[in-house]
Design a binder for this molecule. Sequence first.
Ligand code: ATP
Ligand code: LTN
Length: 338
Amino acid sequence: MSGLCPLTGNYYKKMAKVLSAIQPSGDLHLGNYLGAVRQWVASQEDNDSYFFIVDLHALTLDISPETLRSNTIKTAASLVASGLDQAKCTLFLQSHVPQHTALTWLLECTASYGELLRMTQFKDKGKGQESVRAGLLTYPVLMAADILLYNIDFVPVGDDQKQHLELTRNVAGRFNNRYGDTFVVPEAKVPEIGARIMDLQNPANKMSKSTATPLGTIGVMDDPKDIEKKIKKAVTDSSMLICYDRENHPGVTNLLEILSAVTGTNPLKLTEDFSNYGELKKAVAEAVIEALRPIRTKYYEILDNEDTLSEILRAGSEKAEVIAAVTLEKARRAMGLL
Ligand code: ATP
Ligand code: LTN
């Protein structure tokens, strides 16, 4: 975001606006951290950044009120422990800023039923359910509202969110064409390494909060002994080869990808450093435990001080609402609402 100012001819650098969010659907796992949260922490240093917990999105699946409450607090504590700092970014809860739901309705009236039906997350999460909540279908429109309210340039997410970002771009573009320039069309930022960390027991599936398997998901707050055990038991394959090949050797590739994401070493180079799976697993376990150790320590300190956490979220939603209100009003007027 830089160039020559047309008025003064001087070089300028504009802060990019960055936003992302996470569902309070369970405990923060290694995939969330490497695929998303770590990028957020880095981005708050030199961007105008907004991060929040999408508690309204969590209602699209059946979740008990107690679980939602406790997951929301734990997720907020995990984000602060991971390094999000209210002095550097705006951190808040989605449900505390009422403009998110208000804009959702306006956008629902510009999105089509067909494009929502095509979303793979809707198909996956709706599969096998006795009754699918209408909110699960309109989930991506709420997500579009989340982003478009804040005039965002970049959205750092894991690989699984690319399709939702594409829908957001389409909805924004269509709205701008029909009602006049209203929204900034955002871009997804997906990391090259760590964008899709797989379940350690079933490397065909992504590591996930809501379908967490006890041995396949590494929680960011897991005890180091549990992390070691899970990595030791990770599924590899019978070839005994150490190669970086997602399709044919998904388990080993996942371990290399985790090690690469944590250490910053190229995964192909890592294939030369180990001669058996035992050595590789030991290195992965050590690297992961050390990377997560300070986060875990800070997490328990924060949880002990819930009032401070509530105050961070309250102050964040106040800041967010000022911006969200302006965009909502612009969209309302553009559509002809009095
Ligand atoms: P759920 O299972 O409830 O959908 P989730 O584990 O997929 O939860 P989200 O809250 O949906 O997590 O996602 C938060 C962020 O973490 C998103 O940017 C998402 O792309 C990223 N993410 C989620 N799972 C992974 C994964 N396995 N690898 C890399 N990034 C991931
Ligand atoms: N759908 C996302 C969560 C999410 C989000 C957003 C991410 C809701 N609103 C806005 C980025 C920007 C997920 O499941 N990870």
